[in-house]
Design a protein around this ligand. Structure first.
Ligand SMILES: NC(=O)c1ccc[n+]([C@@H]2O[C@H](COP(=O)([O-])OP(=O)(O)OC[C@H]3O[C@@H](n4cnc5c(N)ncnc54)[C@H](O)[C@@H]3O)[C@@H](O)[C@H]2O)c1
Length: 353
């Protein structure tokens, strides 16, 4: 039995990007991934997964998966990525999200405890979805948690909470209040991992990722990745439809920056459990993202539709100072550059297929 880096969900978007740098840094990499049909329509090993990574096709929420994996591998580091990630979908398929995200984690922890194969470190990719709408500030400087925007508010086209502005999320200050089942399962993951690792003396880093984008993102999964959807429409010469008034703020963080943040979290282990926000540091509106993509393809200007989706948050961005201070995280790719790389990749991918 050898020491290795175990990556659950490692055949997905973030996992394949990480696989290319993990092997060089951390030695043997073993991926456990069920090749979920929504993410992997052909159910085959993705070519983006580094060929040196061993792939075990199995479901993290099955106890038998862990019996098999831990019989032959002794992970010294674990990166837990495996998850159902459809925010909107989670509202109507709550059990599916709870089983993969919550039971998937607890099955792994139970198996590690039962076999006494405690890893040195675990990194969990959590999500900005744990914050929901986050904290807002009124003009007089008082702050409040507005909670989820209700149906009447959205139906009359009142997108913002009047007289207030949304603040950037910050793990040490913003209380998580998820507005989707997906967000609630990510928060449950965080709390379960925290309790377990503290009890067993395992070092844990929880990274709350903003909207990750870039080459390698699924072009077929309709439930995630708004910018790939925009790129496909603009490439076909269609105007990008903007929900609400298009002024929702998002922090699009480039895939390579996220992969580096994960590596840095491993390289600089914490003294106790830690929680870090990972974003680009330069949030933009959905309209700005759409305009960059439309310009890249010479497509017509984006069009405001006034449509909306229940459960979508109005603004989402984060402070990255703590990640900078603790692990030396410094995003390198600005949205203009990253979105251009994404469009190039989409072109190559569509032409190839
Ligand atoms: N991409 C983002 O914008 C973003 C933002 C915040 C957090 N995250 C988190 O990062 C992680 C990875 O996200 P991603 O964007 O790479 O998603 P992805 O869907 O591309 O990858 C997830 C992988 O997990 C696998 N998987 C799903 N259910 C599984 C199960 N029961 N057993 C084993 N494998 C399973 C899938 O087959 C897929 O390969 C997730 O935990 C997600 O919550 C992602």
């Amino acid at each position: 039995m050898s020491g290795c880096c175990l990556v659950t969900g490692g055949a997905g978007f973030i996992g394949t990007a990480v696989s290319r740098i993990l092997d060089a840094e951390l030695g043997e990499v073993v991926v456990v991934d069920v090749l979920h049909p929504q993410v992997h329509p052909t159910r085959s090993r993705p070519p983006e997964l580094d060929p040196r990574a061993e792939l075990i096709v199995a479901d993290v929420s099955e106890a038998s998966t862990w019996e098999e994996v831990l019989r032959s591998h002794r992970p010294t580091r674990i990166l837990h990525l495996a998850a159902e990630t459809g925010t909107g979908q989670s509202l109507t398929e709550a059990s599916r999200h709870a089983v993969a995200n919550v039971v998937g984690l607890t099955r792994m922890l139970d198996a590690l405890a039962a076999t006494r194969l405690l890893p040195e470190q675990v990194v969990l990719t959590s999500s900005r979805a744990v914050y929901g709408e986050g904290e807002w500030e009124r003009e007089d400087g008082t702050r409040f948690y507005p909670g989820q925007r209700d149906q009447q508010m959205l139906a009359r086209g009142q997108w913002d909470f009047p007289g207030a502005r949304g603040l950037a999320f910050e793990a040490s200050r913003t209380t998580p209040r998820p507005t989707s089942v997906y967000g609630a399962t990510k928060l449950a993951q965080e709390q379960i991992l925290r309790a377990w690792t503290e009890s067993f003396g395992v070092k844990a880093s929880i990274l709350r990722l903003q909207n990750v984008y870039g080459p390698g993102q699924s072009l077929t999964n309709p439930y995630t990745g708004v910018v790939t959807l925009f790129a496909r429409l603009a490439r076909e010469g269609k105007p990008i439809p903007l929900y609400e008034d298009g002024e929702m703020l998002r922090d699009f963080v480039y895939i390579d920056d996220v992969a580096r943040a994960i590596m840095l979290a491993f390289e600089r282990p914490p003294a106790g459990p830690r929680m870090l926000d990972i974003g680009s540091g330069t949030p933009i509106t959905i309209r700005q993202a759409a305009e960059i993509i439309a310009r890249t393809y010479g497509a017509p200007a984006p069009v405001v539709t006034g449509k909306y989706r229940h459960g979508d948050v109005r603004h989402a961005s984060c402070e990255i100072d703590q990640a900078r201070a603790e692990i030396g995280y410094a995003p390198r790719v600005a949205p203009e550059e990253g979105l251009a790389s994404l469009c190039e990749w989409v072109n190559a991918r569509v032409e190839r297929s």
